[in-house]
Design a protein. Structure first.
Length: 611
């Protein structure tokens, strides 16, 4: 969804806020209205008291006016304080709900959409919108400020009409007569209008400058965030220190800064120039206002108390006009960030989600088939897989081998339907997998990816991939993966949090992390289990030991082993050999090892490790 026009964008953002926190915007507007109204009320009542003193009115009447001034201010201040305290809680709740909505969307969106570079850039803008512009709460505050300011200006104009139309006092032909005539008021109004137009012109210039600065800063902010995010991660600390990478990182950061800082400085100077002219214009209009009202006082058209009131009101209006212009610039910048929230949350999933249920079979009798499947990644027309045709039979062990970058992992991503084929189809028991319910289809797979991820949760939560789990089943899966004894030796057993995100967190080795990932696949008890090079960092002998143990764990399940090594091949009934996105060989270990081809070449190069 691409939204055009600041009014449409504002409407969409406010609708999001209302859905997340129905009364938040009302409370913000109420607080702003009180904040803007209190000074005007004080000016009005103060002017009445001054006029009463000058006219020597009754002391009781003056005391009542003074009491009204004090009590009204105290009451409004109390209400404003109470609203502010409620808003502190509401603001936190609003931001938490927005973050939760973003997280939920990221979990539900198609993987192939989430991986796109433009989506990642949009997420960067969203994070910057919260970091640099205050996010939704700040935007809501700005909108409320704008509404209350407009109401204040409308009220001030209504109050000033009697001043402009007042023709009491000296009606001669001199300067006093001029200020008390209709054209004197018209001249002053024209000056205010010119002041407003000039501010709008300068605001437009600031808006153009900041828009240019925003677009220019997106890439640099991503680079800076990457630099400082990486250097602050303790996992990166070893490599940075051992390889003396500090100077390199500093140099790269300085080089990036040198490309963007001159642009920022130039835009900052242009922006400051515009604001300086705005302030100068405000000073001139204020001087003209005091001069105009002063002449009204000297001509006898207004009283001393009214002078105090009108001068305060005019000063307040000029200040409000400047604030509104500044606010427009801030809101425009905020909108460029915040509208990305709405765009992201409204992103439709591209995958067709079927409705067919997966047949529940006690014998796990499933057959998967690739039929003439070709695939290229989004924004890249180069085919990664080319006309792949293969069958995966139930209960049999299959190895997928080939050099790095030959298409092995992409094959698995398509099998698990993280992506849909560009051409061809993938069948489950003779039916296109797109026709099956997506969630049900994913349940038949237990996968340990090469770049598997564990979270800083408890061991049990990582193994069960959830908060509700069978404790004994978790222990059994850990035992099968060869990690039960190590986990039970931890202070909190399977409830131990891994990694140092928590004070009680425990660091685990790379090998232990791999075993937890394998235990997770075993706990799921899916009919098809896949190991996508999770042991790539291990030496060939250790990898062979893990594969042999894993083969004993999966028993009658369908198991698929992906590797550029050959350790899993000897106990697999079928082997697919990938090269350049094609299946170049297919068969058993005995058949392929005896042929003059890529498999035999790879096997001979690695055979020393498996003899």
């Amino acid at each position: 969804m691409k939204v055009k026009g600041i009014l449409d964008q504002t409407k969409i953002v406010l609708q999001m806020i209302r859905r997340m926190s129905p009364f938040y915007f009302f409370l913000v507007v109420s607080e702003e209205a009180i904040s803007r109204g209190r000074p005007i009320l004080s000016l009005y009542l103060g002017a009445k008291i001054i006029d009463g003193i000058a006219a020597r009115k009754d002391e009781q009447e003056l005391l009542a006016a003074a009491m009204l001034l004090v009590v009204s201010n105290m009451l409004l201040a109390l209400i404003q304080w109470l609203i502010d305290k409620v808003l502190i809680v509401k603001r936190r709740i609003l931001q938490d709900r927005i973050n939760a909505a973003m997280a939920e969307k990221s979990l539900e969106i198609d993987y192939q959409i989430l991986e796109k570079s433009e989506i990642q850039e949009s997420l960067t803008k969203i994070r910057e919108g919260t970091m640099y512009n205050g996010g939704f709460p700040e935007f809501c505050q700005n909108i409320a400020f704008f509404i209350s300011s407009c109401l204040k200006i409308f009220y001030v104009i209504c109050v000033l009409i009697p001043l402009f139309l007042s023709n009491e006092g000296d009606k001669g032909h001199g300067i006093y007569g001029a200020v008390n005539s209709w054209y004197g008021g018209a001249l002053y109004i024209a000056a205010l209008a010119a002041f407003t137009v000039y501010h709008c012109f300068l605001y437009h210039k600031v808006n153009v400058i900041q828009s240019d600065n925003f677009e220019c800063g997106i890439h640099s902010n991503r680079v800076f965030s990457y630099f400082w995010g990486k250097v602050s991660e303790y996992q990166q600390g070893k490599s940075v220190r051992i390889y003396h990478m500090v100077d390199m990182i500093k140099e790269l950061h300085a080089r990036q800064r040198e490309t963007i800082v001159p642009h920022w400085m130039r835009d900052q100077k242009r922006t400051l120039s515009c604001f300086a002219r705005m302030n100068m214009a405000s000073a001139l209009i204020m001087a003209a206002s005091y001069f105009f009202i002063g002449l009204k006082v000297l001509s006898g058209a207004v009283s001393i108390g009214e002078f105090t009131f009108y001068a305060g009101v005019l000063a307040s209006m000029a200040e409000t006009l400047v604030s509104i212009m500044n606010l427009f610039a801030n809101m425009n910048m905020s909108m460029k960030y915040l509208i990305n929230y709405a765009d992201y949350l409204e992103l439709p999933n591209e995958k067709y989600d079927g409705t067919l249920p997966i047949e529940k079979r006690l014998d796990n009798d499933y057959e998967l088939e690739f039929k003439n499947v070709s695939f290229h990644y989004p924004n890249n027309d180069d085919l990664v897989l080319k006309n792949i045709t293969a069958k995966i039979h139930v209960g049999r062990k299959m190895a997928i081998v080939g050099r790095n970058g030959s298409g092995k992992s992409t094959f698995i991503k398509l099998l698990c339907r993280l992506y849909d084929p560009t051409e061809g189809e993938i069948l489950l028991n003779g039916i296109d997998i797109k026709k099956y319910d997506y969630d049900e289809y994913r349940r038949i797979f237990g996968v340990v990816f090469q770049d598997f991820q564990l979270f800083s949760f408890s061991v049990a939560q990582n193994v069960a991939a959830g908060n509700n789990y069978d404790r004994e089943k978790v222990r059994e899966a850990l035992g099968q993966a060869g990690l039960r004894e190590r986990v039970e030796g931890m202070e909190n057993g399977i409830e131990t949090v891994i990694y140092k995100q928590e004070d009680e967190g425990v660091e685990i080795s790379g090998g232990e992390a791999q075993k937890i990932a394998i235990a997770r696949a075993l706990y799921k008890d899916a009919p098809v289990v896949i190991l996508d090079e999770p042991t790539a960092a291990l030496d060939p002998v250790s990898e062979l030991e893990i594969y042999e143990r894993f083969d004993g764990m999966v028993k009658e399940k369908t198991a698929i082993y992906i590797s550029h090594r050959m350790s899993s091949c000897r106990f697999c009934e079928n082997i697919l050999v990938f090269e350049g996105g094609n299946i170049v060989q297919m068969g058993s270990h005995q058949d392929l090892a005896g042929q003059d081809g890529l498999y035999a070449s790879l096997w001979r190069a690695q055979a020393q490790y498996y003899q």
